[in-house]
Every structure is written in C-alpha cells, then in structure tokens.
Ligand binder design. Structure first.
Ligand SMILES: Nc1ncnc2c1ncn2[C@@H]1O[C@H](COP(=O)(O)OP(=O)(O)OP(=O)(O)O)[C@@H](O)[C@H]1O
Ligand SMILES: [Mg+2]
Length: 342
C-alpha cells in the first residue's frame, strides 16, 4: 500500500486506496488549551476526542478543538501559518504530530511509501519552507514511513491532469497560501507560492468591515457566491473585492514568473484550480475571465475546477506514492527474473 498526505494550514488529510475507492481522513489543523480542572473527566474519555494532557493543561486537537473552544470560551490556536509551521506557536509540533498520526495511522509495513505535500518557497515573503518540510519528514520517518515531500502544486497536477500526461498548470488556493506549478510530462518547470490565500481574504474583509474574522470565515464558507450582485458595503461585498484582488495578484505573478523562467512559448496547456478557497460558485468563471485578460506568453487550452477541491492535494500525493511503489515492485520483479535466468 501507499499513502498521500496533505499538510495544510487549515486541514490535514490522508488518502489511501481501498479497492477501487480512495478513502480520505481529515482533521482540522487546530487545537485549544483548557485547564484540566475545568474539564470533566468523562468529556475526555469519550474515546474519539483527540487530546494531550500536559501537567495541569489539556490540549484538545483537530476537529473537536472548535467545539471545546466554544464550550469553555477559549480561542482555538493553529500550528501552521502561511503554509508552514508557525514560529509564534511553541506547541505546534506535538499538536501536528498527533493530528498526522490520527489521519495516517500506522504504516502497514515498515517503509510504506508516503508522499506529503509541501509548499514551494513563497515569492512575496522571505519565509523558507525547509525547516517545516524537514520537521514533518522526520516525524513521518520516526513513525516508520518512507516519506517524501511533493510540491503542493505538483500534487494538483498528479491528481487532476493524469489524462493530459501530467502536463499543465496546477493551482491550489489554500488557507495560508496559494501554490502554483507548471508541469511538463510530470516534470515541474516552474513552481512558486504566495503567502496569501483564504486566511488573507478573511483578515482583509474583517478589517474592512469591522467584523470578527471567525464570523467572516463562516459567512464565506456557508453560502457566499462570487456573483458580484449582492451586498455592497457588507461582508460579502468585501469578500468579493478581496477574492478578485487575490486572483489578480496570483495571475500577475504567474505572468512574471513565466517570463523569468523562460518557459517555452509554443506550449498549449490546461489550467486546473483547486483548494478550499476555490469552493465558492463563480470562482472558476472569475478566474477564467481574469486569466483571459492577462498576458500569458503561452496558450491556455482551458480552465477547469477540481471536483473535490479539498481532496486534490492528498489524492495527488497518493498517485505519486502508488506510482513509486509500482516502479519499485516492477524493478524487484525484473531483478528476480534476471536472477532466475542466471
Ligand atoms: N465552501 C467554502 N467556501 C469558501 N471558502 C472555503 C470553503 N470551504 C473551505 N474554504 C476555505 O478554504 C481554505 C482551506 O482550504 P484548504 O484546506 O485547501 O487549505 P489548506 O491546505 O489547509 O491550506 P494551505 O494549502 O494554504 O496550507 C480556508 O481559507 C477556508 O475558509
Ligand atoms: Mg493546501
């Protein structure tokens, strides 16, 4: 077997194959700290609540963090920010370790292949992704996995562009970041990230309208559409403005990077957009319109939207891990056949 793992600023997901189905396990990348004395013992002993007890504190981790935060009137905290481990959050590593262990489980044999997503270095901040990547890699290794990083944009290409020989532009609009990768026959020819995504949209819209960020996020996730018909002056209007601004920002940077990387001009490639931030109705059409207006030096054969935007990256990791595993098996089989011939 083999697994894919999407390590995201808001969501952590695993993907694995079960017969013809791909099975996903998902947790929020979030936790809340509560005094042990406040917490009724039986709340924790509910076996499915992920938690760590440390001295007189209890940390409730993953999907349950938000419920517990509401009950105890606490704020949730996030181990990652802008696509990588948060430097402001000293408890980040043990929290993420617990979430990752829960979503991937034990390896089914020592050295099971696993590909985990990692962002490209952002071009608009001086953040480096190396420490983040090496930290995740090391605890996956400690768990017994043969873990390898896969660029998040490349994972989108593996997941969504198999029918096009893994050629095209994959873009993942996440919470902390947007990741872009241009792949040519499964070889990444240009990849970068920007440290803006859904969190940035929420923060900007919250600031502009004087609304708490959590409220903005829930309005956005509930029934917000990018139709530009509603709510001038309200939260939805502000969300639309910052959505459009993010799209333009990303498209401008694609044009710049393509120029810099000297990407071959004769290309004609499809574009796939995915990630939680691409969810609202109207996103795909808006992106297509703005891309058409941009001066991209190669031709775009079409823009599509992943069917399951939250699952693309984990699925792409799984595709990469399975293909590696199959190669290793056929190399073994050839080796055995050669040995038998001797
Ligand atoms: N239905 C929805 N409508 C609008 N936005 C949504 C919806 N569902 C999720 N989101 C937003 O998508 C983002 C999370 O997406 P995703 O899980 O792809 O990010 P991530 O992988 O955790 O982050 P990153 O890749 O940046 O590290 C959040 O900003 C969330 O608010
Ligand atoms: Mg992501």
């Amino acid at each position: 077997m083999a697994k894919g793992l999407d390590v995201g600023t808001m969501n952590i997901l695993s993907a694995q194959q079960d017969g013809n189905d791909t099975v996903f396990v998902q947790q929020r990348n979030s936790f809340v700290e509560i005094d042990y004395s406040d917490m009724a013992e039986q709340m924790l002993s509910r076996s499915e609540v992920l938690h760590i007890r440390k001295d007189d504190k209890v940390y409730v981790v993953g999907d349950d963090a938000l419920n517990f935060a509401n009950i105890f009137n606490r704020e949730t905290r996030r181990p990652m920010q802008d696509g990588i481990l948060s430097s402001d959050e000293k408890s980040a590593i043990p929290m993420m370790k617990l979430i990752i262990e829960q979503v991937i489980g034990e390896p089914d044999r020592p050295g099971e292949k696993l590909y985990f997503s990692t962002p490209a270095d952002p071009i608009d901040t001086d953040l480096s992704t190396l420490y983040h990547q090496k930290t995740i890699e090391s605890f996956l290794g400690d768990m017994g996995y043969d873990a390898e990083p896969i660029n998040e944009g490349m994972a989108v290409v593996y997941s969504e562009l198999a029918d096009n020989s893994f050629t095209g532009l994959g873009i993942s609009f996440g919470a902390g970041m947007t990741n872009v990768c241009l792949s040519y026959y499964a070889v990444p020819v240009m990849k970068f990230s920007v440290a803006r995504g859904g969190d940035w949209i929420d923060e900007q819209a919250a600031q502009a309208t004087g609304t708490p960020v959590d409220k903005v996020t829930s309005i956005k996730e509930e029934d917000f559409e990018l139709d530009f018909e509603t709510d001038v002056g309200g939260v939805e209007g502000a969300l639309s403005i910052y959505y459009e601004n993010l799209l333009d920002y990303v498209i401008d940077l694609i044009v710049e990077e393509v120029d810099e990387e000297d990407v071959e001009e004769g290309l004609d490639v499809p574009v796939v957009v995915t990630g939680g931030t691409s969810s609202p109705d109207g996103f795909e059409a808006l992106f297509r319109d703005h891309l058409e207006d941009a001066n991209i030096p190669f031709s775009i054969s079409g823009v599509s939207h992943a069917d399951e935007p939250l699952y693309s990256v984990a699925r792409g990791g799984l595709v990469a891990a399975r293909s590696d595993e199959q190669e290793a098996e056929s190399a073994d089989a050839e080796g055995e056949a050669a040995a038998a011939d001797e």
